[in-house]
Design a protein. Structure first.
Length: 225
């Protein structure tokens, strides 16, 4: 079993009958959704899934998991999602799979959030992983130049050589190669205030539990705030 599968299975064991569960996106969340599908089929697990992307929705539906949109539920009990980097103080970068907007909306409406990662995602400071910024196409070149001026080393995320990557909402992604983010709270505030920025991949103080996959087994970290 690979590390992503290990943590995916472990996280799925936190899901109980009657829960409304936020279903994350990515190659680690994939295993968690597969396991929930198995439990629905084999154990009669009774849950409602709230997907964070079209891809996770399609996967969950195929597995027979009951799906609702975020606006069709009163609350989300637990969201389980992957992450691209997690710092020593448990801020995170997400959006490597371009699903950051829906992921953040589902996360902030959740009573609890679990992130599942392999050990390579645990870092001292965020920033080696390019920080995704989701932007409205109108005026995106202006934002790109602004990021260049600020020395944020922007690049448009591409679908292929000629086509920009589009999110599930039809926005573009500009990835910022920052190398080290000394103050993720200040950077989040700065990006929040930029017109044309829809959302960014800084998920500061948003996780309750991190499950990290190591070769000798999963480690569960309850985040104290
Ligand atoms: C998608 C995400 C993913 O959770 C993140 O990119 C981790 O993905 P993976 O588990 O495939 O490494 O934020 O937008």
């Amino acid at each position: 079993m690979n590390l992503k599968e290990m943590v995916g299975l472990k996280a799925a064991s936190y899901v109980k009958d009657g829960m409304t569960v936020g279903l994350g996106t990515g190659s680690t969340a994939y295993y968690m959704i597969e396991e929930l599908g198995r439990r629905v089929k084999e154990e009669g697990l009774d849950i409602v899934g709230v997907p964070t992307s079209f891809a996770s929705k399609e996967q969950a539906e195929k597995l027979g998991i009951v799906i609702k949109d975020i606006d069709e539920v009163t609350h989300v009990d637990l969201t389980i999602d992957g992450a691209d980097e997690i710092s020593h103080d448990f801020h995170g970068i997400k959006g490597g799979g371009a699903a950051l907007l829906f992921e953040k909306i589902v996360a902030i409406n959740s009573k609890a959030v679990i992130w599942i990662v392999d050990e390579s995602k645990m870092v001292e400071k965020l920033g080696k992983f390019p920080l995704p910024v989701e932007v409205v196409p109108y005026g995106q070149e202006q934002l790109f130049h602004l990021f260049q001026t600020k020395g944020y080393n922007p690049s448009f995320r591409m679908e292929n050589e000629d086509t920009l990557k589009k999110t599930d909402s039809g926005h573009s992604i500009i990835d910022l190669q920052l190398d080290v983010i000394e103050d993720p709270i200040a950077l989040a505030l700065e990006l929040d205030q930029m017109v044309g920025v829809v959302e960014h991949g800084l998920f500061n103080s948003m996780v309750n539990t991190v499950i990290v996959g190591y070769a000798d087994g999963p480690k569960v970290i309850d985040v104290q705030r």
